[in-house]
Design a protein around this ligand. Structure first.
Ligand code: SF4
Length: 424
């Protein structure tokens, strides 16, 4: 939108006239981080116009407006009309706050990222109607709403005309895809089926999906898909049913176990990532061990561990039986170690097998990296010709940095189903 109006994107350090700073409400100390970045921006470009957007701007517009150097704060609905609302970015005496109540944020604004040659993040859904006790996202992003399948297919076709090789489908609660104007009109499974037909897309990855919304149909479809990769990221949050109930999650551990078993029965090489929160109020040592042992036994590939921290205006922040910070940190450390063991085991299980890797631009110590379809991080000898290319590789060994080294990259296979049948 900026470029269409004649603006040019420059680097943070390149003395910009306007800074647009995007904040996150999930990040801890979002306020401090925001302050720090504004300070850095003003140091680089003292006369710049500083605008703050994003979830934290929606939740705490007043606090942000008081940060020295901020010219405007825009909420979740307003950020999409930023250029129009800020009208030439003329500085005023008072900081502008344009953040309406979150219930006003009910339109869907489609977008996909264009700053990376290798992959793009395609937004298909926004907002969430769930009310997990710890989460501020529904307050910052509003009700669940989605793009239409037709619109998404149009974006997908545009992407297919570019060099980008991987599309990551994103949303706040992606499995809840399909609500338009407050009514359920389409289903995530239908979106998956439709996208699989778009010629010219190489890989499609589903970013993260709630276990209760990951249906057998979706899993089965992905297992034979031409384009959807064998990788699921499924939030668990706790392996204790007592804590899951307190969190207000919509499933119990048995359902999660069942999802993992279904995936692995169809795709033994599928990568499964798990989000887990430690130190939620009421998580006794015994209940934490339930989570630990549950994860230890589960056939998953890595964990994203979050240390619980209180967020204003959430039910969890009012709960008793608060877990001391020291314990929260100890538990987090235990799960991070478990995550490393899981990842290594998953990598080991896939050694000597053949996958396709999408090579990225980064170079480190003469090595380049990339991910296989099942999200194994590969290291190979740097060769600029391989950047943004999909190559078939045979996984040879795990190096000291924990990445997998490969034999010389070879030919590209036609589809993931070819790879599936090769490795099964
Ligand atoms: S489903 Fe996800 S986004 Fe929605 S309330 Fe729960 S944690 Fe937050």
């Amino acid at each position: 939108m900026f470029e269409a109006k004649g603006y040019q994107k420059v680097d943070f350090q390149e003395n910009p006239d306007i800074y647009i700073i995007n904040t996150c409400s999930v990040t801890e100390n979002a306020d401090k981080k925001c302050k720090k970045i504004v300070k850095e921006a003003k140091k680089i470009s003292p006369n710049s116009y500083v605008t703050i957007i994003g979830c934290y701007a929606q939740l705490k517009p007043k606090e942000i407006s008081e940060i020295k150097g901020v010219d405007a704060v825009l909420g979740a609905a307003e950020k999409f009309r930023l250029i129009e609302l800020l009208d030439g970015f003329a500085k005023e005496q008072e900081t502008k706050i344009l953040a309406s109540e979150i219930k006003e944020a009910n339109t869907f604004n489609n977008a996909y990222s264009i700053n990376d040659r290798t992959r793009t993040f395609l937004k298909v859904q926004d907002g969430c109607n769930y009310g997990c006790a710890f989460c501020t996202i529904p307050l910052a992003r509003g009700k669940s709403r989605s793009d239409t399948i037709d619109n998404i297919l149009e974006s997908a076709r545009e992407i297919s005309q570019t060099d980008v090789k991987e599309v990551v489908l994103t949303g706040v609660n992606i499995g809840d895809f399909g609500i338009q104007d407050g009514k359920r009109k389409e289903k995530f499974e239908d979106l998956v089926r439709a996208l699989d037909e778009v010629e010219g897309l190489d890989r499609i990855r589903i970013s993260s999906i709630e276990p209760n919304l990951l249906t057998n149909e979706i899993i089965t479809f992905v297992s034979t898909s031409k384009r959807f990769v064998p990788h699921f990221h499924i939030p668990l949050q706790s392996g204790s049913n007592t804590i899951l109930r307190k969190m207000g999650r919509r499933y119990l551990r048995e359902l999660y176990e069942d999802r993992v078993a279904k995936i692995k029965s169809l795709m033994p090489h599928c990568c499964i990532g798990v989000d887990v929160i430690v130190g939620f109020p009421g998580e006794t040592d015994e209940l934490f061990l339930e989570t630990y042992n549950f994860l230890k036994e589960l056939d998953i590939s890595y964990l994203h561990v979050f240390t619980y921290s209180e967020r204003a205006n959430t039910r969890a922040s009012e709960m008793e039986e608060v877990v001391p910070m020291k314990k929260r940190n100890e538990r987090s450390k235990m799960l991070r170690i478990l995550s490393e063991k899981k990842r290594r085991k998953f990598y080991e299980e896939n050694l000597a097998k053949t996958f396709t890797v999408l090579f990225e631009e980064d170079v480190e110590d003469g090595k380049m990296h990339g991910f296989t379809e099942n999200y194994i991080r590969i290291a190979a000898k740097y060769d600029p010709i391989l950047i943004n290319e999909l190559k078939a590789v045979t996984l040879s060994e795990i190096n000291e940095k924990g990445n997998v080294e490969v034999l010389e990259p070879e030919i590209v296979f036609e589809s993931h189903s070819t790879i599936n049948s090769l490795n099964n």
